[in-house]
Design a protein around this ligand. Structure first.
Ligand code: PNS
Length: 163
């Protein structure tokens, strides 16, 4: 059975992520969606909250599990005895950074392959960072996330007194 890890910050999970998760879950026996903090990004949700949002969003997918990790992705992947990393590619703009990460990971551990899946055109512009920016500035994001995630975003924004 092929097991793959789909890593990301998922802050919060968007419909673009979910589309990749559904498609990846069809081509591997088991998919581990692995949540990690990205120090380059300002977080809206804690790791535990992101895990809960993901668990709720993928509850219908039997072969998908959600986990949290810290540190190097490659160490996590080795610890899980997985040899495939799944990444979504939205646009050419993603390519250079993803290419660098894939080559760095490959140079640390040559046995691990990064497989890229092209995001559907309808989500090619979508990112968690964009969702956060739009909602913090008072815009609507209900088309980009599930109703449950949307509710949690609105609670979070409300709690912080920003809307
Ligand atoms: O959703 P993101 O924030 O674009 O995902 C990027 C992520 C978290 C997958 C990447 O930053 C990562 O792998 N972080 C773990 C730390 C690590 O291994 N860094 C070296 C990458 S070559």
């Amino acid at each position: 059975m092929q097991v793959a890890v789909y890593p990301g910050s998922f802050d919060p999970v968007t419909k673009g992520h979910l589309e990749i998760i559904k498609r990846a879950s069809r081509i591997c026996g088991r998919l581990i969606v692995a949540v990690v903090d990205n120090p380059n990004k300002q977080a809206m949700f804690t790791l535990k909250e992101r895990l809960e949002l993901l668990e709720h969003s993928v509850s219908a997918l039997d072969n998908v599990e959600i986990d949290i990790f810290e540190g190097l992705l490659i160490n996590y992947v080795k610890e899980k005895q997985v040899s495939i990393i799944i990444k979504g590619l939205r646009a050419v703009s993603d390519f250079e950074y993803e290419f660098q990460m894939a080559l760095m990971n490959k140079s640390i551990c040559g046995e691990i392959e990064t497989l890229f899946m092209m995001t559907s055109p309808e989500y090619s512009f979508l990112s968690s960072s964009m969702v956060k920016e739009v909602v913090i500035l008072g815009g609507r994001v209900d088309d980009f996330v599930t109703p449950f995630v949307h509710e949690k975003i609105m609670e979070k924004i409300g709690n912080e007194g920003k809307a």
